[in-house]
Design a protein around this ligand. Structure first.
Ligand code: HEM
Length: 494
């Protein structure tokens, strides 16, 4: 019982190290030249599975699965898909390793449908394989298809179910999402540009004396989102960042489909922590504590600072100022707290994963870096760092940002040679943005659930990539024997 996974048996990834070579002495910002190395990380997901303890629950499990299957068979017909086995359904058809999206494409071709269905242990998975199907269901009918499945582990035991990212399509989701979009309207993200620039300059300085660039990128995004969400800046943010990174890791584990048996058999939530094999309950308690700390501690600091007039503007402070005094104040505060922690969660990992993709892409094609640096050198005066004012004059940098995010968009009609990393696809023959090329916004989701942090994320990515390329050259690190150097430090996420 406990968890249904096991320690991942993946072979260690191929060596991947690189150096950052300083391109310029930026004395004003204290950035000096230097060589640094990166190494990739190993999955942190360490799940235990004790088959002896699971045996005691098998009978109950079989009965519950049969009930669920009988109930499903009484409902509307499902889209096509592989034939389902009794009890196990499509358990063995669900791709788990490698390029799983290619397996799904193959499956859709086999069943000649751009919507297919897989079912296992009482759960349903619907695969959408065309922009048309996505648009028809997730956009045009988003009132029907913008809810969330309930995860007992994540939402109930860890307690994330009170935050809007995990809510079904209900009034609490609406209230909290409104708080987020009112405090960070997508049309006014330039309000946060000074915070993004200050944090990015800190990152450039950190690179100058670092041997773990990915860790620095992690710190950069986490400190930045702590500032944007709570107005807690620089070194002061570090203790909150530590908790946030751990909490976001615990979410990633808890949200992995199939990682915890309890998500198939919710009755397991009543098993006491001392029960043999109920290790998941202990983990859930510890991870719930992380969530509480991540939710309460920075929010309390923002409130205290607002009370003394010392707060800097942030999502939480703006939302608290917008409280409607004629309505239930305590309830509104709870929603603001939950919306704030959701922003903190949403912004902690996503940007660093995308920056990891950027570094990989640059390593694979050094000409792209050269082209970007020619553009930067043409537009910026020697020793200057980019600001958002230069964005219209640096279309190739924007194209790199979009091309990194295009990793989920491989439609050949929209993006010829879809598997080639080619930022120029977004530009016309004069090197300007070509508005006829489909935008990468689907990378941020669809319909009502589309990412509310999209503009903020794009701005952080743009300033991050532009600034790094201005100051450094990213190159594979070669050891004294001319081979790729040993990995050290944190690895590229994503
Ligand atoms: C490269 C950066 C990012 C990417 C690619 C990204 C992508 C996404 C996607 C695909 C979804 C929708 C998931 C779904 O359909 O259910 C989403 C939701 C969300 N994102 Fe982002 N995101 C990024 C950055 C951010 C940032 C910086 C924030 C916060 C400031 C944020 C906050 C959220 C929140 C709160 C949701 C949940 C929305 C809801 O359920 O209503 N994201 N994101």
């Amino acid at each position: 019982m406990g968890t249904s996974g096991s320690t991942p048996s993946k072979a260690p990834p191929p060596p991947l190290t690189f150096t950052l070579q300083s391109r310029t002495e930026l004395k004003d910002f204290g950035v000096k030249g230097g060589r640094f190395r990166l190494r990739r990380f190993y999955p942190f997901m360490m799940l235990n599975f004790d088959p002896m303890h699971a045996l005691s629950l098998i009978f109950l499990a079989l009965v519950l699965i049969l009930c669920a299957q009988w109930k499903n068979s009484q409902q509307y017909p499902l889209p096509p898909g592989p034939k389902k086995l009794p009890i196990l359904g499509n358990l063995f058809d669900i791709p788990r390793k490698g390029f799983i999206w290619l397996d799904y494409i193959e499956m859709c071709r086999k069943y000649d449908s751009d919507i297919i269905h897989l079912g296992a242990l009482g759960n349903s998975i619907i695969i959408l394989d065309s922009a048309q199907a996505v648009s028809d269901l997730l956009e045009k009918r988003s009132s029907l298809y913008s809810s969330r499945p309930n995860s007992v582990m994540l939402n109930e035991l860890l307690g994330w179910g009170i935050t809007f990212g995990a809510r079904p399509n209900d009034n609490i989701w609406k209230a909290q999402r409104r708080i987020f979009t009112n405090a960070v309207p997508s049309t006014e993200v330039n309000r946060f540009h000074p915070k993004q620039i200050a944090a990015t300059h800190d990152l450039l300085r950190a690179f100058a004396h670092s041997d773990d660039i990915i860790r620095d990128l992690h710190t950069w995004t986490a400190v930045l989102i702590t500032d944007i969400t709570y107005g807690i800046q620089g070194e002061e943010a570090l203790p909150f960042v530590k908790t946030a990174i751990k909490a976001v890791e615990s979410i990633a584990i808890a949200a992995t489909p199939g990682a915890f048996l309890i998500d198939q058999f919710s009755v397991l939530k009543y098993v006491p922590e001392w029960f043999p094999g109920a290790d998941f309950k202990r983990k859930a308690r510890e991870w719930n504590l992380l969530r509480t700390e991540m939710t309460e501690d920075p929010f309390r600091v923002t409130k205290e600072r607002m009370a003394t007039g010392a707060a800097t503007p942030s999502l939480a402070s703006v939302a608290l100022e917008q409280i409607d005094l004629t309505k239930d104040i305590a309830e509104q505060e709870e929603h603001i707290k939950a919306a704030s922690v959701m922003a903190h969660v949403g912004g902690t990992d996503t940007i660093v994963a995308t920056m990891g993709g950027f570094i990989l892409a640059i390593l694979m094609d050094p000409d792209i870096q050269t082209k970007a640096q020619h553009e930067l050198d043409r537009v910026l005066a020697p020793g200057d760092l980019p600001t958002f004012l230069f964005e219209p004059d640096l279309p190739y940098i924007s194209a790199i940002v979009w091309e990194v995010l295009r990793s989920v968009l491989h439609n050949e009609q929209d993006y010829p040679e879809p598997y080639r990393f080619n930022p120029s696809r977004f530009l016309d023959t004069d090197g300007r943005i070509d508005p006829s090329v489909k935008h990468i916004s689907p990378a941020f989701g669809f319909g009502r659930r589309a990412c509310p942090g999209k503009e903020l994320a794009l701005a952080s990515l743009w300033i991050g990539m532009a600034s790094i390329l201005t100051c450094y050259r990213i190159e594979p690190e070669i050891d004294e024997h001319g081979n790729l150097a040993e990995r050290k430090g944190s690895g590229i996420p994503g």
